[in-house]
Design a protein around this ligand. Structure first.
Ligand SMILES: *Cc1c(COP(=O)(O)O)cnc(C)c1O
Length: 240
């Protein structure tokens, strides 16, 4: 069942309070945490209703949903980030259509995005996705692969490296999850120390763990369930 706009507004208000509390508890300014509404599987109507509420941006996982919602004007004036696994044959359909591609997790994908951005004569903002739990089932680069890839991004004239994104292993204990977020924060800080001057974004934290992410320095938290309620995946769709 779809949630009403009033329910979404109430959910978002509670989320904002929780973000504020987590930020203040770690000496951070809550204004430095942006709320990304992850709207995979949600209808155009739900997305449009949420766009007028207190969220900063949208996160989309699939090219087809992005296309449908863009053509329906569902995001209103809010930016949309691509956060899902991006197949290289879909790169042309995403580059230039989103404010940021958060899920750049291989050299091959990075090169394809540079190529597509060059053809459009634009500079595409990207994050590098770190497979922080080193899970075989997950995409993203290992922490060791970060530096060569960051260098490659920096030397790509049509890419702007804005920072890092991660999804820690599901089902971990809170202290384990927090340790993964802390490791992400270290990697993010070393990007700054090494002179990657555009790296101002650390995207981590979902409905089940966003307060821990905020405490460890997230500048974007990506929430779906906490805003829109549980997702219904159609029979033909795989969970991601
Ligand atoms: C689905 C998804 C989220 C949001 O997950 P919830 O648990 O519903 O908050 C965040 N990030 C990515 C990359 C996702 O695919």
């Amino acid at each position: 069942m779809e949630v009403t706009k009033e329910q979404m507004a109430a959910n978002i208000e509670k989320i904002r309070q929780r973000i504020e509390k987590a930020a203040l508890s770690s000496g951070r300014d809550p204004k430095n945490v942006r709320l990304c509404a992850v709207c995979k599987t949600r209808t155009v109507q739900e997305v449009m209703a949420s766009a007028g509420l207190d969220i900063d941006l949208f996160g989309e996982n699939r090219e087809q949903e992005l296309r449908e919602k863009l053509s329906a004007g569902a995001y209103l004036q809010k930016p949309c980030h691509f956060i899902g696994h991006l197949q290289t044959n879909k790169v042309n359909k995403v580059v230039g259509k989103v404010a940021m591609i958060e899920s750049v997790g291989s050299l091959h994908l990075l090169e394809k995005i540079e190529e597509a951005s060059r053809r459009l004569d634009i500079v595409q903002d990207i994050l590098l996705e770190i497979n922080i739990g080193m899970e075989a089932s997950k995409s993203g680069i290992s922490p060791a692969e970060l530096w060569p890839l960051a260098e490659r991004a920096e030397n790509s004239p049509h890419l702007r490296l804005r920072g890092l994104m991660a999804i820690p292993p599901a089902g971990a204990q809170p202290d384990e999850t927090r340790a993964f977020f802390a490791r992400m924060r270290e990697l993010f800080l070393s990007l700054g120390e090494k002179g990657y001057k555009n790296a101002d974004t650390l995207s981590m934290g979902m409905s089940g763990d966003f307060e821990l992410a905020v405490m460890e320095g997230a500048t974007i938290v990506r929430l779906g369930t906490a805003i829109y309620g549980p997702r219904n995946y159609g029979p033909a769709e795989s969970k991601q």
